[in-house]
Ligand binder design. Structure first.
Ligand code: PEP
Ligand code: MG
Length: 579
């Protein structure tokens, strides 16, 4: 039997393959000369990193539960022994002194030498020990690199692999997808982090928040990641492998069955038409929106264009990407959201998860960042405006919290229209401008926003995070992240009501919109536009087609009056089974 590790399920699908420990890749290090008077300091730095590695391993050893298979404890013991061995603890010190080089380089030289020796060996067991050397060396190395900033990781070979990491940023997720990764699992992270959203959108099975994942998984070992059940299975036996292969076949059959309703209109049994739109991260997502017959794009997260690069894309480059999407959607609406950089979406790979102490989610993010950098923002506004000449485009502003911000945005849009008129470039004079309602203040003040905008879209991912004070990235408070919290339902109700009174459409583009557990509730609350990652769209459509919305209202009213989680859960369950 394999070793089962449980975490938070974030993107369904079963993947079977070999584990790829991201931290396993030897980070790129360079050599530099250390001046003679500083050599002692460099040696101390190295010794401290080794000492820290020992403390880390001992701490892991102590936390291993009693029922854990013995080989895992042995694995850690072996690493502890290696740390105490002169080959790793002393030889690098001699190299530092002799070459007058930095500790990282000395460690790399010694690692290369040791791995070389193991590679020469005939004994397959001893050859596998090179993995252990890599593991231990990387631990020391990470400690060294973290002493002075962030580690730079070498590019891994990921095709068909199941990536295992401590934490994965959206930038890394995107890069790994391009490298052909089959699934991901991480020790940290929440179900509504942008990494999780990206994984869902890209159809990459994913599990996050798996406690002590890195202590248990070895690089290259056979692995199963079950994204639906939130399970990572190391070293599956033949019966388990057969079970998961069957699950893969069932999943494929389920999707084939759903495709039959692809062409049907999204209209409820009692005649309410519902717009089912797609969330898109990158232009490559477009075929999936077509497969799901989405009515359009309800959220295009443009920030993915800005990450993993040194320079932001200019107006022309952005225009070409937006044009490609608008053309590919062939007359169906495309909602382009202006940049939402900040929080966990940072431009580069090196800028990993920012320190919690900085409160990045409440900092200079999204529209705040754009208003601070008008040049960057205006280039995007112009690119969106120009794309609107080619098909129905809507511009959507994220993270609005004050009407003043909105007024500033609307002024800038007017100025950029003027700019394009001077350049004699075409655009839709009536381009609809909408706002995301994802800050509680904006939800409470929704009527003021609704009066000034052409549409609203509820961003439940952030609305929940900010209302309940639950960091969407933090697996430790994930249990508090609750779309059914009475406060959240009240805010959603407020926004839908504000839109109705102002006569403008209200959509929802947070993850809640694509979660089939909430479809009937939202329909009953009056929501008629849902935007979600394409893979879930046909499942939501199935529910819409089968629903008689008029019959839901009594139970929905009771849900909106309920105060306890248990009561709400029971009523939602009832709602979902109403005939
Ligand atoms: C949201 O907050 O619900 C949303 C759709 O935006 P993002 O997930 O990109 O923050
Ligand atoms: Mg958001």
């Amino acid at each position: 039997m394999g070793l089962v590790l449980s975490g938070i399920s974030v993107s369904r699908g079963v993947a079977i393959g070999k584990a790829h420990l991201l931290q396993h890749d030897f980070p790129e290090v360079g050599e530099y000369t250390v001046p003679k008077p500083l050599l002692t300091e460099e040696i101390t730095r190295f010794r401290l990193a080794v000492k820290k590695a020992r403390q880390q391993l001992k701490a892991i050893r102590q936390r291993i539960p009693a029922h854990t298979p013995a080989d895992i404890a042995d694995f850690i013991d072996a690493h502890l022994l290696m740390l105490g061995d002169a080959a790793l603890a002393e030889v690098p010190v001699a190299i530092i002194k002799e070459r007058r080089c930095n500790a990282e380089w000395a460690l790399k030289l010694q690692r290369d030498a040791l791995v070389g020796v193991f590679e020469e060996m005939d004994d397959p067991y001893l050859r596998t020990r090179q993995d252990d050397v890599n593991h231990v060396v990387n631990r020391i190395l990470r400690n060294l690199l973290y002493q002075g900033g962030h580690p730079k990781e070498a590019e891994p070979q990921l095709k068909g692999r199941l990536a295992i990491a401590e934490d994965i940023s959206p930038a890394e997720m995107l890069m790994m997808h391009y490298q052909g990764v089959a699934a991901i699992a991480s020790q940290y992270g929440g179900a509504n982090s942008h990494t999780a959203i990206l994984a869902r959108s890209l159809g990459v099975p994913a599990v996050v928040g798996v406690p002590r994942l890195l202590d248990y998984i070895r690089h290259g070992e056979a692995l199963v990641i079950d994204g639906r059940q939130g399970v990572v299975l190391a070293g599956p036996d033949p019966a388990e492998l057969e079970y998961f292969r069957r699950r893969q076949r069932e999943e494929r059959r389920h999707l084939t069955a759903l495709r039959k309703i692809r062409e049907l209109p999204a209209v409820s049994r009692d005649g309410h038409a519902v717009q089912l739109l797609a969330n898109v991260e990158i232009p490559e997502d477009i075929p999936a929106t077509r497969r799901a017959a989405a009515a359009g794009i309800g959220l295009y997260r443009t920030e993915m264009l800005f990450i993993n690069r040194d320079q932001p894309p200019d107006e022309e480059e952005q225009y070409r990407v937006y044009r490609k999407i608008v053309r590919a959607m062939k007359g169906r609406p495309v909602t382009i959201r202006t940049l939402d950089l900040g929080a966990d979406k940072t431009p580069g790979l090196a800028e990993r998860r920012p320190a919690a102490a900085n409160n990045p989610a409440m900092g200079l993010r999204a529209i705040r960042c754009c208003l601070r950098e008008p040049e960057l923002f205006c280039a995007q506004i112009r690119a969106i405006l120009r794309a609107s000449a080619l098909g129905p485009v809507r511009m959507m502003i994220p993270m609005l919290s004050t009407v003043q911000e909105l007024q500033q945005v609307l002024r800038l849009v007017e100025e950029e229209k003027q700019h394009l008129r001077r350049r004699r470039q075409r655009f839709d004079e009536n381009l609809p401008v909408g706002g995301m309602i994802e800050v509680p203040a904006a939800a409470v003040a929704a009527p003021a926003f609704a009066r000034r905008l052409d549409f609203l879209s509820i961003g439940t991912n952030d609305l929940i995070q900010y209302t309940l004070a639950v960091d969407r990235l933090d697996e430790q408070v994930n249990y508090l992240y609750d779309p059914l919290h009475p406060a959240i339902l009240k805010l959603i109700q407020l926004v839908i009501g504000a839109g109705r009174r102002a006569g403008i459409p209200v959509a929802m583009c947070g993850e809640m919109a694509g979660d089939t557990r909430y479809t009937r509730l939202l329909l009953g609350m009056g929501l008629r536009e849902f935007s979600m990652y394409p893979a879930t769209l046909l499942e939501v459509k199935r529910i819409v087609i089968d629903a008689e919305i008029g019959r839901l209202s009594r139970t929905v009213k009771r849900i909106l009056r309920a105060e306890s989680r248990e009561e709400i859960l029971t009523l939602v369950e009832k709602l979902n089974h109403l005939e």
